[in-house]
Design a protein around this ligand. Structure first.
Ligand SMILES: Nc1ncnc2c1ncn2[C@@H]1O[C@H](COP(=O)(O)OP(=O)(O)OP(=O)(O)O)[C@@H](O)[C@H]1O
Ligand SMILES: [Mg+2]
Length: 233
């Protein structure tokens, strides 16, 4: 589904990504790990076209997408739950959910407002509330709901549970487990190793803008010590 080879990107004069390589197959949950500042968000931004790749190849559903504008990449079926959530603060919950909603790819049984509020009942109760008045956890649910309503083939979560209370984290992990069971392809960034281990089919570790380790669930378990050293936990 997604194939990234030798991805390079940066900001102004500073290069941040030097050689990022990763692959996501249909229905897979793939995690991207690395200490702070190693380039995870920059990788996501480059994949989404929010930051123009400077080198390497990005292929989505067999089409080259490096250099396309973010709207075009979103239209092809990539949905993002960005770091820091970035919901529309002055719109209501419902307006946030429908603002970018679509089912361009004609998915059967698409995500709708009804399905999203069934998934996250708290959002249902707060549909006419301004998004900026939601708690952090509710804002993250809103960001996930908003991304789902674009009916993405690939859902990317950058810091899925960062800064959230344990009970909300548990709810997000349960939701992602459900999405995985439904066959949703997911690229997952988070620092909760135990949850990543449970959910991930394959894992990648970034260090200073390079993919320095990759492996499936069994390798992740077997080489846990090496992985822990690389990600500093
Ligand atoms: N807008 C920007 N302008 C300049 N440099 C940036 C910008 N955003 C990030 N960087 C730099 O790029 C590097 C990688 O940052 P990035 O946000 O991709 O890391 P990350 O792995 O997502 O970290 P974290 O775990 O803290 O979210 C860091 O050195 C950071 O300072
Ligand atoms: Mg980040």
């Amino acid at each position: 589904m997604l194939d990234v080879q030798g991805l390079e990107a940066g900001y102004g004069h500073s290069q941040v990504l030097f050689d990022v390589n990763l692959r996501i197959g249909a229905g897979e949950v793939v995690t991207l790990l690395g200490r702070n500042g190693m380039g995870k968000t920059t990788t996501v931004r480059a994949l989404m076209g929010l930051n123009r790749p400077r080198g390497g190849k990005v292929t989505f559903q067999s089409a080259p997408i490096a250099g396309l504008p973010p709207e075009a990449i979103a239209r092809l079926g990539v949905g993002l739950v960005p770091e820091g959530r970035q919901i529309f603060p002055t719109l209501t919950v419902r307006e946030n959910l429908v603002a970018t909603a679509s089912n361009r790819l004609g998915r059967r049984d698409p995500w709708t407002l009804e399905r999203v509020v069934t998934l996250f009942p708290r959002l249902g109760e707060r549909q006419s509330q301004l998004a900026r008045t939601l708690s952090g956890g509710e804002q993250q649910m809103l960001a996930i709901g908003r991304a789902l309503m674009t009916n993405p083939l690939l859902l990317i979560l950058d810091e899925a549970t960062e800064g959230l209370a344990p009970v909300i984290r548990a709810e997000i992990w349960a939701t992602l487990t459900r999405l995985k069971a439904e066959g949703q392809s997911i690229l997952l960034i988070d620092k909760t190793l135990s949850a990543l281990k449970r959910l991930g089919d394959r894992h990648y570790v970034l260090e200073k803008g390079r993919t320095v380790w990759s492996g499936d669930a069994a390798a992740f378990e077997r080489e846990a010590e090496q992985v822990r050293a690389l990600i500093g936990v």
